[in-house]
Design a binder for this molecule. Structure first.
Ligand code: F6R
Length: 546
């Protein structure tokens, strides 16, 4: 069996350079190590090792692991690893090789995912910090849990618990063979994934709605009134785009299901005083299911007695293993760093949940059947919008020259604007700031001038008139206005320089077409600016460090 290790580094400590690239070595070049995660007390350990005459070649936190394990190695390499890990603070998925064991890869993980995929006969064993790398393969997969360590040697996998007792782990069969890396003739994964949305939304909702459109089902778990009655409120946790989906859900759960709801940013939540944990239904949302900033608060809440329902795109993920219940988006793998189809599937599923909760609470007197009917129209509305991509492209080319944008909206359209602004920032490197339109007069209006276009998300009947006034306030001060409005609201043409009309859908589903407009607008501006659309600088698809 031939062995090899490698790592695509996402820089945390030290710039992206050859010196900081993995693998890292100890001073005697006896071992080579790759690490995903963050060693929080690396400074202290590094000083200790420098005093022991160890020579460091990089600025990374990871390099201390190589020196430390080599320093602790007397006779037993596993014991050396264990005693090193005992003093490490932080998160890690580690793989290393040592010259004394030329056929062995040694591993450990804590708060950082590590999957071991292997063929039936174990002739091939692949270790990865992201099971996405198994795409195209049909493998058995073991997931290392916190504090587990082990090694691979001669077609065998050996795993130990934290007391160094050998353990037998149950492998899962993960069939990624039929998942294709193909872009299907699209120039970028992002564009392909945008175009998949009529289908992916259907995958998320169909099969969860009864034939007469009156009931919702979640095949993964029975969510009935007894389940719902256990909770007084809902707390959502997520990051980035998934956080925007959870913000939308906080409006939907309060408006439709009449349940008190709050959305939390994962990386902030750990430092907030969270009240009434046991009476809250915690809903964690993550496309990848591997985001450390979402998983760590989930773990803490679980320790304090929380019930966690997660909404994930990828099965076999760390978040699904940490949660009591998981619902899956079924949107298929998302390869573009910039999330698109996962977002629209998240909001479809969350809208369905909001409707389902309303139905459970109101028994036979539910008044949300019209919401289901309108949700079912969404895939077709998006199909129609995608046929108008050329119109959006023309608008994007016109606006691509600006360096700063305000994205405005109110109510559900405010969150839609926040998500659309993130798309633009992420892939075109243009500064786009989203505000609830009413906030403009409380400060942001000071920046408004002819060089700062406003992208006004107007497709919300509840707030259209107020939004109209707020847009006039910016127009009066010279901002070019691009409005996204419902077809019936033609009066917007009086004040907007450009208008993109979407179908006259109800407010709860207008978020879909408006979001897809935002995705294509960002895509074509980025294309005009010639940026790396699928892999924007400084970003990674799944962020497994805090
Ligand atoms: C933006 C984007 C990110 C992710 C965020 C959370 O386009 O993709 O903001 O939404 O990193 O990732 P997940 O959903 O995998 O937890």
């Amino acid at each position: 069996m031939k062995i090899a290790i490698g790592h695509t580094r996402w820089a945390t400590h030290g710039v992206a350079s050859n010196e900081n690239a993995h693998p890292h070595f100890d001073s005697e070049n006896s071992l080579a190590l790759v690490h995903n995660g963050i060693i929080e007390n690396f400074d202290e350990i590094k000083n200790f090792l420098i005093n022991k005459k160890k020579i460091f070649l990089s600025e990374t936190d990871s390099e201390v692991l190589a020196h430390l394990i080599a320093y602790n190695y007397k006779k037993d390499i596993i014991k050396a690893l264990k005693s090193s890990l005992d003093i490490i603070k932080g998160s890690y998925a580690i793989a290393f090789i040592h010259k004394d064991f030329p056929k062995r890869i040694i591993l450990a993980s804590k708060d950082s995912p590590m999957a071991i995929g292997f063929t039936e006969n174990k002739k091939e064993i692949i270790i990865s910090s992201d099971p996405n790398s198994f795409v195209g393969r049909n493998l058995h997969v073991l997931f290392l849990q916190n504090d587990e360590l082990g090694f691979i040697e001669n077609n065998e996998i050996f795993i130990f618990n934290k007391n160094l007792k050998k353990i037998a782990k149950q492998a899962e069969k993960v069939n990624c063979k039929n998942i294709s890396f193909s872009k299907n003739n699209f120039e970028h994964y992002m564009l392909k994934e945008i175009y998949e949305q009529p289908f992916t939304i259907q995958k998320t909702i169909l099969g969860r709605i009864s034939k007469n459109s009156q009931n919702c089902y979640f095949e993964e778990h029975t969510i009935d009134i007894d389940f719902l009655n256990r909770f007084k409120n809902i707390k959502l946790i997520a990051c980035g785009t998934s956080y925007h989906a959870s913000l939308l859900a906080s409006y939907l759960f309060e408006d439709i299901s009449k349940i008190e709801t709050r959305a939390y940013i994962g990386s902030e939540m750990r430092f907030q005083n969270i009240l009434n944990i046991k009476e809250s239904l915690i809903i964690a949302i993550s496309q990848s299911g591997e985001t450390a900033d979402t998983i760590l608060p989930v773990k803490e809440l679980k320790k304090n007695g929380a019930t966690v329902l997660s909404i994930i795109n990828k099965s076999n993920s760390t978040l699904s293993r940490e949660s009591d219940y998981s619902l899956y988006l079924k949107a298929g793998p998302e390869f573009s760093v910039c999330s698109t189809k996962a977002f629209t599937s998240q909001i479809s599923l969350l809208l369905l949940l909001a409707i389902h909760f309303e139905k459970l609470k109101n028994n036979n007197k539910s008044n949300s059947d019209y919401l289901i009917k309108n949700l079912l129209k969404v895939p077709n509305e998006i199909k129609k919008l995608l046929k108008r991509a050329e119109e959006i492209k023309k608008l994007s080319i016109k606006y691509a020259k600006y360096e700063n944008f305000y994205f405005l909206g109110k109510n559900l359209m405010y969150v839609t604007a926040v998500e659309a602004a993130l798309k633009l920032k992420e892939i075109s490197y243009i500064n786009a700031t989203a505000y609830p339109a009413g906030e403009m007069k409380h400060g942001p209006l000071a920046l408004v001038n002819g060089n700062l276009p406003i992208v006004a998300f107007m497709a919300n009947d509840k707030t259209y008139d107020k939004m109209y006034s707020n847009v006039i306030e910016a127009k009066t001060r010279g901002s070019p206005i691009l409005a996204i409005a419902k077809k019936k609201d033609k009066d917007i043409e009086k004040i907007a320089d450009d208008v993109f009309y979407i179908d006259d859908s109800i407010d709860e589903t207008a978020i879909f077409s408006s979001s897809v407009f935002g995705q294509l607008f960002a895509y074509y501006i980025a294309k005009e600016r010639n940026t790396d659309i699928d892999q924007p600088r400084n970003l990674a698809k799944s962020v497994t460090v805090e």
